[in-house]
Design a protein around this ligand. Structure first.
Ligand code: AHG
Ligand code: MN
Ligand code: MN
Length: 349
């Protein structure tokens, strides 16, 4: 017979496991810190967590089922759309529409925003903006992709339908922003303006669990992240800055999926750049779907974020849903250095 171990022989420290805090638990516990504590934002964040799990399941199955491949359509920004983009978009739209907390949704995959019908007796105070699948060119080669989401409080009266002005708000007005990275593990990172927290999906229990509390971008930073293949198409100040990074022996890391590239910066520091090119004179990334939400997260983690005109991205007023903008973000000291290069080398505009 085995000897066994009686629990009373273990002291408390030996026995105690770290308490697992699930995303749902964390969101509910944080509810009291929100200015409006009606629970609507809480429920909305939970619904986004559910959508992330559904997309995660499908991303993981992408190599097994015949869902990947080009769908022969282009999204609003003229990029090639993969089938998984469409799937992710549909699932997110479903989850958010059914939630009852949302009066409108804008998706990178759709030309216009969608008005969500009001549920009788219920006020829907929020609009949600999504990039359902970010980095989609990486899907069929098994490289990390992501989802980006952000939430504005509506400007229009809660009694009626939402309108375009509910979406065309500055990033500084965001009440929450987050991303999900479907990488070696799946992690959901979000902020409501009170710091940034990361939750790793434990597939054995199907829950996002708090794994990275209070994320802060480190002061050091040995990497720069830019599509250096466009070097000759960049403006002089950008070429000079890239030369400077190279002179400093910084490592170049570029995955081509903004969520993945930013996630590395959250933990290893460095700088992410997507400046103007000849093909994309205003930059390729979209202000509302990508740049503003990621800027909120980066700033909340102690980082800095500006466009190549030296304007803080969170202060930019979008003129249209699919507007693009140039991006410089990451460790504040490096963003400041880039600013000096722009001031020194850029041609007056
Ligand atoms: P999306 O897949 O949502 O269209 O976004 C792709 C974006 C972004 O994730 C990434 O940083 C960038 O495109 C990469 O562009 P390049 O291939 O031009 O470097
Ligand atoms: Mn994207
Ligand atoms: Mn996308």
């Amino acid at each position: 017979m085995g000897k066994g171990v009686s629990l009373q022989h273990l002291n408390h420290n030996e026995f105690s496991m770290k308490k697992i805090v699930t995303l749902d638990e964390f969101i509910i516990n944080s509810q009291t810190t929100y200015s409006d504590s009606t629970g609507q934002l809480t429920r909305l964040l939970r619904d986004l967590g559910i959508a992330a799990k559904i997309i995660n399941r499908e991303v993981n199955l992408a190599g097994l089922v015949n869902i990947i491949g080009v769908a022969n359509v282009e999204n609003q920004s003229g990029d090639e759309v993969k089938k998984l983009d469409i799937f992710a978009n549909e699932r997110m739209m479903e989850c958010l529409t059914m939630s009852g907390e949302v009066c409108g949704i804008a998706s990178e995959e759709l030309e216009d925003f969608v008005k969500v019908p009001k549920i009788p007796g219920k006020d829907s105070n929020y609009v949600v903006i999504i990039d359902p699948l970010d980095g989609s060119s990486n899907i069929d080669v098994n490289v990390s992709v992501g989802t980006i989401f952000s939430i504005f409080r509506r400007k229009s009266p809660a009694t009626g339908e939402c309108d375009i002005n509910d979406f065309l708000q500055k990033g500084s007005e965001l009440v929450a922003a987050g991303y999900v990275l479907y990488g070696t593990s799946t992690i959901l990172v979000y902020t409501t303006g009170e710091g940034v927290n990361g939750f790793t999906l434990d597939p054995s229990i199907g829950e996002f669990c708090l794994s990275h509390p209070n994320i802060k971008i480190p002061e050091r930073g040995n990497y720069y992240s830019v599509n250096q293949g466009y070097y000759l198409k960049f403006d002089l100040e950008m070429r000079r800055y890239i030369d400077h990074c190279s002179d400093l022996n910084l490592g170049l890391r570029y995955i081509g999926s903004m969520v993945s590239d930013i996630h590395r910066i959250m933990f290893h520091g460095g700088i992410f750049l997507y400046p103007s090119t000849r093909k994309y004179p205003k930059g390729k990334l979209r202000l509302l779907y990508e740049c503003a939400p990621i800027s909120m997260i980066v700033e909340q983690a102690g980082g800095a974020s500006m466009d190549c005109n030296l304007k803080r991205i969170l202060d930019l007023s979008p003129g249209s849903l699919h507007e693009r903008c140039t991006v410089v973000m990451g460790r504040p000291a490096m963003v400041k250095e880039m600013k000096e290069f722009i001031e020194k080398y850029s041609a007056p505009k």
